[in-house]
Design a protein around this ligand. Sequence first.
Ligand SMILES: Cc1cc2nc3c(=O)[nH]c(=O)nc-3n(C[C@H](O)[C@H](O)[C@H](O)COP(=O)(O)OP(=O)(O)OC[C@H]3O[C@@H](n4cnc5c(N)ncnc54)[C@H](O)[C@@H]3O)c2cc1C
Ligand code: FES
Length: 254
Amino acid sequence: MTDVVTIKEVVQECYDTKTFRFDWDAEVRPGQFVMVWVPGVDEIPMSVSGIDGGTKSITVKAIGEATRAIHEFKAGDRLRIRGPYGNGYDLSSGELLIIGGGVGTAAVMPAVTATGADTIIAARTSNDVIMDSVAAGHASNLWIATDDGSRGFHGNAVQLMKERMAEKHYDCVIACGPEVMLWFTFKACQELGVECQLSLERYMKCGAGVCGCCVMDDSRVCRDGPVFRTSQLEKLTEFGVSHRDECGRNIRFR
Ligand SMILES: Cc1cc2nc3c(=O)[nH]c(=O)nc-3n(C[C@H](O)[C@H](O)[C@H](O)COP(=O)(O)OP(=O)(O)OC[C@H]3O[C@@H](n4cnc5c(N)ncnc54)[C@H](O)[C@@H]3O)c2cc1C
Ligand code: FES
């Protein structure tokens, strides 16, 4: 479904990230994403970062041409979006621990507001932390981790996750963030015998399972994901290892 929505509010989350709120009456599940058309530039995938009845939002980190162009949009401007796409998180998996790393925090925030589960937000520095005020209003417990120790726990999301798991039993970890963070989250969950649901990013063109450019082994990340469970992650040979760029070239993470 393609819709034109009118931006009603723009929130500066941090120096390079903004949230755009708009009225959109589509049914969206936490963890789903939309394709955002940026006139004259590109059409790119963006997680839905807020689901509040008919009001939805996307949260955009300016890193290149299309995301910088979105940052120029103001309240009253119109956005063309397609979706929602993808499977979303299963939030009925017992006691949840939700983890957002960097701009990946945007993808997990609807799960935080829907469940009120314990939440970790991780970032490189205190200046990179986003959406903590939204999480603080909903999460039972909110912990912040920064790589440089400038705010909260001094260390990364996985180190803090292990500390929290030593103190409380969780049935499932829900996370989105840089793939290296997701890989180590997956490994730690395997060691601890805890289920996880991780939202993966791959280069996407159609977002709807047609073009095949987001393929990982026999899965299309846009349609079969972006959220994958432990049993699926175990079989994805490219997870944590490599991804494909816009030309289909294989780029290694490690
Ligand atoms: C399911 C999904 C959800 C996402 N959610 C968010 C979000 O909530 N907030 C956010 O800021 N970013 C999100 N992203 C990443 C976002 O789509 C890219 O940052 C954006 O496309 C970059 O475009 P650009 O022109 O600004 O940068 P470019 O300079 O064109 O690209 C910078 C990098 O972004 C990635 N990228 C570029 N185009 C695409 C594409 N069509 N599909 C996937 N990755 C691409 C590539 O890794 C590339 O190296 C998401 C990506 C996916 C796949
Ligand atoms: S982006 Fe086209 S199949 Fe996934």
